[in-house]
Design a protein. Structure first.
Length: 610
């Protein structure tokens, strides 16, 4: 019987490893920039073309490599970071596995120029599909210059499933941010298709956060600092009033390495308990200094999952540190009450004599004496009362077939008004400022006023994006909004749709925009918060199709402009709301799938009262 087990060729083994290490262009940048940091670089440049599909360049001024090291670096498990197994528990470098360069070279064309400080001539190495195709001396500056071209050229399936350039560029920015936030003392720059996206000078940690995410973050940050025998935690958390939707800037780093840790994230959110609305999150940038022997980073090739020996104790320390920072620098969030109609309180003047109040009352008033001005007197004629019940709109509902309470209302595509509301009552009732109740042929219909208005406005905004003109209301004082680089990429994808919706937004440069006009009919809404919500929703959806982005933008605007819960509506306003709802293409659900209305059948009402 012949043997069937054999060793895989190095090229095949490298492609297998590349499947875990190199998932997209952002993975290449992460590995190469981390190597540059480990090489002691003080200035690192990243240049991408077509979001990394065509080429990726990483240039550093680190210590460089010798001629032998330059060629050996592309071999699998070749590393200068560790020598023995015990070194895994004393890591002080970003990389250590020795798989990054071999994995990149297995799925791309790689060119390396490198020179050490004590050498006059550098080395040029070219690798194609794990095979070294050339090595020769070259004149180059001190440091290393990697150029990765035609990523996944020999793995068509992987290249085919790359996302759009905007999505891949956003992934590159995310990976880039996770590195630059750890090393504020290093100068970084990022260029995409010849355009400079970031140019970060060396400075303090707070300045680096401000440079990456915008000036508004510098005003919201609260410092956190705690040192124990187990660990040291430092960094910044945001004030409670800066809470925003999930998917914000939440960063955790341990020993200079970015990590994903839901358990520690929960500790931070727990510290904000009852200070921020449910479902909201706050930005934070927290750094852990822990002995390498107490953690294990060798779990996944991406090294973003880390195990802690004293996880529960660190959880308690983290929560207490964040809670202490909030209490020390912020106390509790201020409550801004509505000042409309507030009585004017005079300033106390000690030299002015104040007269005591004198009460006035009607001495002839007798609460037990009947008066002729009583409204709606109750009739003593029971027959008259019974006849009035028969003429009541709700009692006149004769009902047809039994309708389930949460059954969908069938709207004919020919006539958008269903037969079910053909005999609806002209009078409506608002329950607790949240639901509109109206009598229909089959029973009692209950409509969620906020969700109904979301459906109405959503379809209105979608029609506006399809070419129907929308009026723009100019702002007396234009407002400015600044985005982080990653948010600016998302905003650029929805920017062409804003004019169709009625926005007048101009680019001021530096990821800053001026809001000169807003769509007519959304008065009272903060335009800055509205645009940030649009970007947040588009980022959360992660979509690249234009129609789907249009839907996300329209839904964000509808949520912001819809009738809020608690707003009292007149009968005419409720009538208009019901009529406009039943002229929509879908009266049962909001665009995100939530129920708008339900019907309480007349038979069930009669059963309850029988």
């Amino acid at each position: 019987m012949s043997d069937i087990i054999q060793l895989l060729p190095d090229s095949v083994a490298n492609q297998i490893a590349a499947g875990e290490v190199i998932q997209r262009p952002a993975s290449v940048i992460k590995e190469l920039v981390e190597n540059a940091v480990d090489a002691g670089a003080k200035k690192i440049q990243v240049i991408v073309v077509d979001a990394g599909r065509t080429s990726i360049q990483v240039i550093d001024d680190g210590k460089g490599m010798s001629e032998t090291d330059a060629r050996l670096a592309f071999e699998r498990h070749a590393t200068s970071k560790i020598r023995k197994a015990d070194d895994l528990f004393a890591l002080h470098t970003m990389g250590f596995r020795g798989e990054a360069l071999a994995s990149v070279a297995a799925v791309a064309q790689v060119e390396l120029q490198t020179r050490m400080a004590d050498e006059e001539i550098g080395t040029l190495v070219t690798v194609l599909g794990s095979k070294v195709t050339g090595q020769e001396p070259v004149s180059c500056p001190i440091g290393s210059h990697f150029k990765v071209s035609n990523l996944f050229y020999n793995v068509p399936a992987r290249r085919k499933f790359l996302k759009t350039n905007a999505t891949e560029l956003n992934n590159i920015l995310t990976a880039f941010e996770r590195i630059v936030l750890v090393y504020p003392e290093i100068q970084f720059s990022l260029h995409s298709n010849g355009v400079e996206l970031m140019n970060l000078k060396s400075g303090s940690l707070r300045q680096r956060i401000t440079d990456v995410f915008g000036r508004q973050y510098g005003q919201e940050l609260i410092p956190v600092e705690v040192s124990t025998t187990m660990c040291r935690i430092y960094g910044f958390v945001a004030k409670p009033e800066s809470a925003r939707k999930k998917g914000g800037c939440d960063f955790l780093f341990v020993n200079g390495r970015y990590m994903k840790h839901p358990y520690f994230h929960k500790a931070v959110i727990t510290a904000y308990d009852r200070l921020i609305p449910e479902g909201m999150a706050v930005p934070y940038f927290l750094y852990f200094d822990i002995s390498p022997a107490d953690i294990d980073v060798n779990i996944h090739p991406t090294k973003t999952e880390i195990k802690f020996e004293n996880e529960q104790a660190i959880w308690q320390i983290l929560m207490a540190a964040v809670r202490d920072a909030i209490g020390k620098f912020c106390d509790v969030p201020t409550i801004d009450f509505d000042t409309v109609g507030r009585p004017e309180i005079p300033v106390y003047d000690p030299s002015r004599q104040v007269a005591p109040p004198s009460p006035h009352y009607n001495q002839d008033y007798n609460p037990f004496k009947p008066t002729s001005s009583s409204k709606n007197p109750v009739s003593s004629d029971w027959q008259e009362l019974y006849d009035s019940l028969l003429t009541d709109p709700v009692r006149r509902a004769t009902g047809g077939s039994h309708v389930d309470m949460f059954a969908e209302v069938d709207v004919s595509p020919v006539n958008s008004t269903p037969e079910m509301i053909a005999e609806k009552s002209p009078a409506h009732y608002q329950f607790k400022g949240k639901y509109v109740m109206t009598a229909v042929k089959s029973g009692l219909m209950i409509i969620d006023q906020h969700r109904a208005d979301i459906r109405i406005l959503y379809e209105k905004y979608m029609e506006q994006q399809r070419g129907i003109t929308c009026n723009t209301q100019k702002m007396l004082f234009p407002e400015t909004i600044q985005f982080s680089v990653s948010d600016a990429v998302i905003f650029a994808s929805i920017f062409p749709m804003l004019s169709g919706l009625g926005f007048d937004v101009s680019d001021l440069g530096g990821n800053t925009y001026a809001i000169n006009g807003i769509p007519a009919g959304i008065d009272g809404i903060d335009p800055v918060m509205l645009l940030r919500r649009m970007v947040s929703d588009a980022l959360e959806k992660g979509r690249g199709v234009t129609e789907e982005i249009s839907s996300t933008v329209a839904l964000s605007m509808a949520r912001s402009a819809a009738i809020p819960y608690g707003q009292i509506l007149s009968n005419d306003e409720m009538e208009n709301l019901v009529n406009e709802l039943f002229s929509c293409s879908n009266v049962n659900y909001t665009p995100d799938g939530k129920n708008i209305l339900c019907i309480f059948p007349q038979s069930d009402i009669e059963h309850l009262l029988g």
